[in-house]
Every structure is written in C-alpha cells, then in structure tokens.
Design a protein around this ligand. Structure first.
Ligand code: HEC
Length: 147
C-alpha cells in the first residue's frame, strides 16, 4: 500500500514537472555557413539540430525530463560550434573549428550517440566523412592564403 502511494507521488511529480517552461525559440540565423550543396546537406542532417539556430524539436522533446536535458545539450553545443554564425568567423577561426570538426567525426564522437539512436540517417558514412575532409582542407588553404 505504502509503495503504491510512493509510485503515485512520483507519477504526479513528473506530471507537474511537464509544466516547467522550456525555451524552444530559435535565435536568429545571422551568418549561416556558405558551402556546396553537398556539404550543407550533410551538416544539416547530422549536426544542425544541435549546432545551429535551426533546431527542429522532435515531439518527445516536449516531455520532461527529455526537454530539460535536450535544452542543456543544445545550449552547450551552440557555444562550441554554431553554423548559423559561421560566416562571422575569421579565416583562422574557421580553419581551427573545421579541424575540430574533422577530429570529432573521425573519432565518431559526433553526432552524439544519444542523437543517432532516433536519427539513424545522421550517422555519417565514410563517403560523407571524406567529403567533409575535403571541405576542411579548403578551410585550411583559405586560411593559409589569407596570411
Ligand atoms: C544531439 C546534439 C548534437 C549533435 C547532433 C551534434 N553535436 Fe557536436 N556537440 C554537442 C554537444 C552537447 C557538444 C559539447 C559537449 C561535448 O563536447 O561533448 C558538442 C561539441 C562539438 C564540438 C566541439 C568539441 C570539442 O570538445 O572541441 C564539435 C567540433 C562538434 N560538436 C561537431 C559536431 C558535428 C560536426 C556534428 C555533425 C556531424 C555534431 N557535432 C552533431 C551536441 C551535438
């Protein structure tokens, strides 16, 4: 009997927590990445939900505690890398971010594993990694020629 009451209290608490407001407004896109259609498509499907101001929130993201963790993830991710501000970066900043990107995807650290469970097509194929590698080289060459 006592246990049942505890369960009910937990359910009630979770229901109440659903009402905590979570800000899902996307900030303005200021200076979105300019790149070939191929590169844009890859980043959009695999990274933009976290690393841009164009997050598409899935329906489950409205449920506490998912809502809570997701929002935290996205804020942290945008701080590290935000494709919506990419063109505001200097050539040297772009080159260094691009090499971070390559490192993360080669080590299979990005896209985050938890994201790929429900977004299977976000997982990068070897061909896609190869295309990003070429784009990273372009960023590095542009930086060298700007010095
Ligand atoms: C589900 C959200 C999510 C997705 C999708 C995602 N990231 Fe991230 N990313 C994060 C978070 C959160 C961080 C910051 C914490 C960390 O480093 O783990 C991060 C950090 C990074 C960093 C900085 C790492 C460092 O420590 O220097 C890079 C670079 C990066 N991501 C690239 C990418 C790329 C490229 C993609 C797409 C192929 C991608 N991410 C997809 C959430 C995401």
């Amino acid at each position: 009997m006592k246990r049942k009451r505890i369960y009910l209290s937990i359910v009630a608490l979770i229901l109440i927590l659903q009402f905590i407001p979570v800000n899902r407004d996307n900030p303005i896109v200021e200076a979105d990445l300019i790149a070939s259609q191929n590169i844009k498509t890859i980043f959009k499907k695999s990274c933009y939900d976290c690393h841009s101001n164009e997050t598409k929130y899935p329906i489950y993201s409205y449920l506490f505690p998912v809502s809570f963790f997701l929002q935290h993830h996205i804020e942290e991710a945008r701080e590290e890398l935000n494709f919506s501000n990419w063109e505001n970066l200097s050539a040297s900043k772009k080159a260094s971010k691009a090499s971070d990107i390559l490192e993360e995807i080669q080590n299979k650290e990005m896209p985050l594993f938890s994201y790929t469970i429900l977004h299977r097509n976000a997982i990068l194929t070897n061909e896609e990694i190869q295309e990003i590698r070429q784009w990273v080289e372009e960023m590095e060459n542009q930086n060298e020629s700007s010095n």
